[in-house]
Ligand binder design. Structure first.
Ligand SMILES: Cc1cc2nc3c(=O)[nH]c(=O)nc-3n(C[C@H](O)[C@H](O)[C@H](O)COP(=O)(O)OP(=O)(O)OC[C@H]3O[C@@H](n4cnc5c(N)ncnc54)[C@H](O)[C@@H]3O)c2cc1C
Length: 330
């Protein structure tokens, strides 16, 4: 079987993978990303937090992202029974960015992966990891491409940024049930031409629909808005029909949404995700570290996923570089 050699193999080309790869590459080490899917690909997680801007900046992605003209985000608005609680990032306690973006992730992740390739990092799309063998800190990873061709990639270090793919936890039985209760979501992107009559587009709006069900409203600069309900599975079972009929029926019960999205055009059939919280026995081991969603993901109400992905990669990549330079990291 064909075998390649790299210093660092990054699994996954989401925000965690591309930030990690950029920082390792900047340090002069030879790094490659393998990504199971072809980009652009859909992933949820569209409302960022200001802290991720520092990671994007250090990774060298800021100018390219700015050039996309994404919807700027200055805070978060929480709505309950018509009462509004408005948080503005400019009222921060610490120094740092006071704004960020709301991004369609298929587009955003493609921008990051294009940038990292321009920096000289090869990204092999449609190439999934199927096996890893460790020998001390060195490893040999088997990958298979869309045509079914297998090859091996020998690496001194692996950064597993495979998100919901959870490559290393799955291959090495490290998965651990989360102590967060399982949740479900039903969501879609919708045309939202009258948005200015409702909530300001320059923040995420989170509506408490009922005690155990909340809604995200995330406007993009394209005139499309992302709307999703998050609740227990039993809440969604009480509505009839196909995903679009269900989502329309749920929207009709919510005063904050029903006029705005009544008859709105759906850009894609509403999607469902369920039970996304999973933890792992360890975040690192000999020759590997996990970053981003592989580690664990909190409830999406915090809009924290991309920020934890990019910042954990920012920290981990620097530690990997120090270890490759001969330092012992404990
Ligand atoms: C309902 C919901 C709402 C959310 N809302 C938000 C939000 O508003 N804001 C926010 O910041 N976050 C949000 N998130 C979280 C967000 O989806 C993730 O935290 C974020 O995408 C993590 O980025 P990542 O780079 O770790 O993983 P990903 O973006 O998932 O990237 C991982 C990549 O690894 C690839 N991969 C998987 N398996 C393999 C394999 N075997 N070989 C090679 N490649 C592989 C995948 O194809 C994927 O492209 C939400 C999550 C949920 C469930």
């Amino acid at each position: 079987m064909k075998r390649e050699q790299v210093d660092v193999l990054v699994i996954g080309a989401g925000p965690a993978g591309t930030v990690a790869a950029s920082l390792v590459n900047k340090s002069g080490f030879n790094v490659k990303i393998v990504e199971k899917l072809l980009f652009p690909r859909f992933v949820i997680g569209e409302s960022l937090l200001p802290r991720c801007m520092e990671a994007l900046d250090e990774a060298g992605f800021m100018e390219a992202v700015k050039a996309q003209g994404y919807q700027q985000k200055f805070g978060a608005k929480f709505v309950k029974d018509g009462k509004v609680c408005d948080f503005n990032f400019s009222e921060n306690f610490t120094d740092g960015y006071t704004w960020t973006w709301q991004v369609p992730r298929s587009d955003f992740d493609t921008v990051l992966s294009n940038e990292v390739q321009k920096m000289g990092v090869p990204v092999e799309f449609e190439t999934g990891v199927t096996a890893i063998q460790f020998n001390g800190t060195n490893s040999v990873t088997t990958v298979v491409d869309a045509q079914g061709n297998e090859k091996e990639i020998a690496a001194r270090y692996i950064i597993d940024a495979s998100g919901y793919g959870r490559v290393i936890p799955r291959l090495f039985n490290l998965d651990k049930p989360s102590n967060l209760p399982p949740r479900k979501t039903l969501f879609a992107h919708m045309r939202d031409p009258n948005r200015l009559q409702y909530h300001e587009p320059n923040r995420i709006t989170i509506v408490l629909h009922r005690r155990d069900v909340w809604i995200w409203i995330i406007p993009f600069s394209t005139g499309i808005t992302s709307v999703g309900f998050v609740g227990n599975a039993s809440f969604f079972e009480s509505f009839e029909g196909n995903p679009e009929e269900k989502l329309r029926a749920i929207i009709a019960t919510e005063p904050e949404l029903k006029d705005r999205f009544n008859n709105a055009e759906f850009i894609f059939e509403p999607k469902t995700l369920e039970g996304w919280s999973m933890s792992t026995e360890t975040f690192f081991g000999d020759g590997f570290v996990l970053t981003g969603n592989v580690t664990e993901f909190l409830d999406p109400v915090f809009s924290s996923g991309v920020t934890l992905a990019t910042v954990s990669s920012q920290i981990a990549a620097k530690l990997v570089v120090r270890e490759l330079n001969g330092e012992k990291i404990n």
